[in-house]
Design a protein around this ligand. Structure first.
Ligand SMILES: NC(=O)c1ccc[n+]([C@@H]2O[C@H](COP(=O)([O-])OP(=O)(O)OC[C@H]3O[C@@H](n4cnc5c(N)ncnc54)[C@H](OP(=O)(O)O)[C@@H]3O)[C@@H](O)[C@H]2O)c1
Length: 251
């Protein structure tokens, strides 16, 4: 496939690294010049102007900041047969689509920087098949049937730092008793990672099954989980607080 990137910053670089070496021709825009220079060291990556990126490719991945996109995209020569994938947060389909006219195969997704290692969950709206065709093999595609459903993934994504903070907090508590900060971090991080190893991430209840296996009444796991129940109510309140920002209906 001939794949172009408009906007060559942090997330574009991660996506290029995910796609390199797979038989694609990749064209990145000359901005950011430093990132573009690094990426063009890869044998299947070249740099060009924004317009040439669009002219010379079939799939265009939009990696601009939203306010820049409003001025840059309308100047570009999109064709009706282009596939466009936008990774721009805060840019719903109703805003992206007119900027890429006459292209109509437009989808939104939310890649994370670790997409270059695979295993990245990718919500997609609308699911035209273009995201799955490029990334489906190594990553987890989650098709969304509405813009609201897609937007809600941005709130859920914020759980990442909550879980990491809880891991760090527990490791610090453990190190306070063992005096071994490195061992404590290694123990707690590997412990949590272990529960996800071997999961298929197919939505078939693997997380509930893991929880069920940790539910012996009076055991350490069930006891701490019950103690922490109010924190999960707080989590719901925190997620709900994103509703206005994401244009989601009230709870
Ligand atoms: N970073 C993430 O983890 C992540 C994850 C998911 C989605 N996103 C979304 O991806 C988009 C980009 O984020 P980012 O973190 O990659 O930001 P970034 O590193 O600032 O990248 C933005 C890129 O746009 C370029 N640009 C600015 N004006 C341009 C123009 N007129 N023509 C072509 N390129 C231009 C910038 O070049 P200069 O540096 O030369 O100005 C830079 O390469 C955002 O909408 C963000 O919401 C980011």
């Amino acid at each position: 496939m001939r794949i172009g990137f408009i906007g060559t910053g942090e997330i574009a670089a991660c996506i290029v690294r995910a796609l390199t070496g797979r038989g694609h021709e990749i064209l990145v825009s000359e901005r950011n010049a430093q990132v573009a220079a690094e990426l063009t060291r890869l044998p299947d990556v070249s740099a060009a102007t924004n317009a040439d990126v669009v002219v010379q490719t079939d799939t265009v991945i939009l990696c601009l900041m939203a306010q820049v996109a409003e001025t840059v995209l309308p100047t570009l020569p999109f064709r009706p047969d282009h596939q466009v994938i936008s990774v721009m947060a805060d840019m719903p389909l109703t805003r992206v689509a007119p900027l890429c006219s006459p292209a109509t195969d437009i989808s939104l997704t939310i890649p994370l920087p670790f997409i270059d290692r695979g295993g990245c969950p990718l919500p997609v709206y609308p699911d035209t098949g273009s995201v799955a065709a490029l990334f489906g093999g190594e990553n987890i595609i989650v098709s969304c049937t509405s813009q609201d459903g897609f937007n809600a993934h941005m709130a859920a994504c914020a759980l990442s730092s909550v879980v990491l903070a809880d891991i760090q907090h527990t490791a610090d508590w453990l190190a306070g008793l063992t005096g071994d900060a490195a061992g404590a971090e290694a123990y707690v991080a590997a412990l949590i990672a272990g529960y996800f190893q071997g999961m298929r991430f197919d939505g078939a209840g693997e997380v509930q099954a893991a929880l069920d296996s940790l539910s012996t009444e009076g055991g350490f796991n069930a006891t701490l989980r019950d103690h922490m129940a109010p924190a999960r109510d707080e989590l719901t309140r925190g997620l709900d607080a994103f509703r206005p920002r994401l244009g989601l209906p009230d709870a």
